[in-house]
Ligand binder design. Structure first.
Ligand SMILES: Cc1cc2nc3c(=O)[nH]c(=O)nc-3n(C[C@H](O)[C@H](O)[C@H](O)COP(=O)(O)O)c2cc1C
Length: 334
């Protein structure tokens, strides 16, 4: 692990958000509680509470207040708008985020249009996470402040285009006028340096932050991420055009098989993919096999369970070392 150095990386992200390091912890259902967000923010990154993990908007208010007692640094809230049989009251969650004075909001899922003005009027910065350049261009037109480009490597929903970050970010550099950060498959400082070279202003990580000491999930799940590698994920919901990258286990393989036999029929797999099962694995039993849970191919880079401070400072120090010492050696006069 790289040691902390005296230097910091200053980018549009660190300046706009008032954070020390260009590292964001993305919203994670049943992971992004106050403890997680506060640990990342205290370490100099941007921690994010996952709004819809809280059962009601009032619970979200309590979680935000709890986080405020754990850190005096900036932190954000994620609002994810995904298709649901009974959609949550997004407006009520958004109003609580505003009323509680949150100044950074990560939106994801559907078009964030309805909420951007509301968030901007409250003085908040909106980071919209999306998986394709065309959606990023729409979000740019709608006025979001930063794009979080989520490549095909990512845990959770990578979209249906299957484009990895190496190409996605290079296209973003050509096409986007607003600043962007990279998300998906990131876990070390070489990647942070590469993201900066590809025009990004920082990184967003999900899976890597699950394997940290402060992450409030069961130790068995953290250990599964250490033991897994870049081949330990699989895709479900492909036949519903709502692809999710999840940990490859007994349940996700069962879902895949059932889905292949009944393409597009959610009713056949509903019993395996209930949020309650995944919450139970993460927060109570630590059973890695009995539910479907999001994880990314960055598992291939996860070898330990550090504190958030050790993780972030190690990543930043490695990136600084590459940018300051290695990259200049490639430049020479003829
Ligand atoms: C367990 C888990 C739950 C997640 N839940 C959400 C969510 O509720 N909303 C969201 O926008 N992204 C969610 N994500 C995606 C992350 O915010 C982030 O975009 C993704 O993890 C980046 O890829 P990486 O895991 O390779 O770093 C989740 C990711 C994980 C690992």
């Amino acid at each position: 692990m790289y040691q902390n150095s005296e230097m910091v990386l200053v980018t549009k992200l660190t300046k706009a958000l008032g954070i020390k390091h260009p590292v964001v912890q993305g919203g994670m259902h049943y992971v992004g509680y106050a403890e997680m967000a506060a640990a990342v923010s205290n370490a100099g990154g941007l921690g994010i509470i996952t709004g819809l993990t809280q059962p009601t908007p009032e619970d979200l208010r309590k979680e935000i207040r709890k986080c405020r007692n754990l850190t005096d640094k900036p932190f954000g809230v994620n609002l994810t708008m995904l298709p649901a049989i009974v959609p949550p009251d997004y407006k009520a969650y958004a109003q609580i985020i505003i009323d509680e004075g949150i100044k950074v909001i990560e939106t994801a899922g559907n078009n964030p249009g309805t909420f951007i003005k509301m968030f901007h009027d409250s003085g908040a910065i909106v980071i919209h996470k999306c998986t394709s350049i065309r959606h990023a261009l729409t979000a740019q037109r709608l006025g979001v402040d930063f794009i979080s480009m989520d490549g095909f490597e990512c845990a959770g929903h990578p979209g249906e285009d299957d484009v990895g970050n190496f190409v996605l970010l290079a296209i973003a550099a050509r096409k986007l006028k607003i600043p962007y950060i990279a998300s998906g498959g990131i876990g070390d400082g070489k990647q942070l340096a590469a993201v900066l070279a590809l025009g990004g202003e920082g990184i967003n990580m999900g899976t890597r932050f699950m394997a940290t000491k402060e992450c409030p999930i069961h130790q068995n799940i953290k250990q599964a991420l250490v033991d897994g590698d870049e081949r330990s994920t699989t895709h479900i919901f492909r036949t519903m055009k709502h692809t999710a990258r999840v940990y490859k286990n007994k349940t996700s393989l069962q879902v895949q098989e059932t889905e292949n036999q009944n393409p597009g029929d959610f009713s056949k797999i509903a019993k395996y993919v209930k949020g309650a099962l995944y919450k139970e694995s993460f927060l109570e039993t630590g059973d890695t096999q009995s539910s479907v849970w999001s994880a990314g191919i960055v598992m291939g880079l996860i070898e330990d369970i550090p504190t958030c401070k050790e993780l972030i400072e190690g990543i930043v120090a490695e990136a600084e070392e590459i940018i300051s010492n290695k990259l200049p050696t490639f430049v020479s006069k003829l």
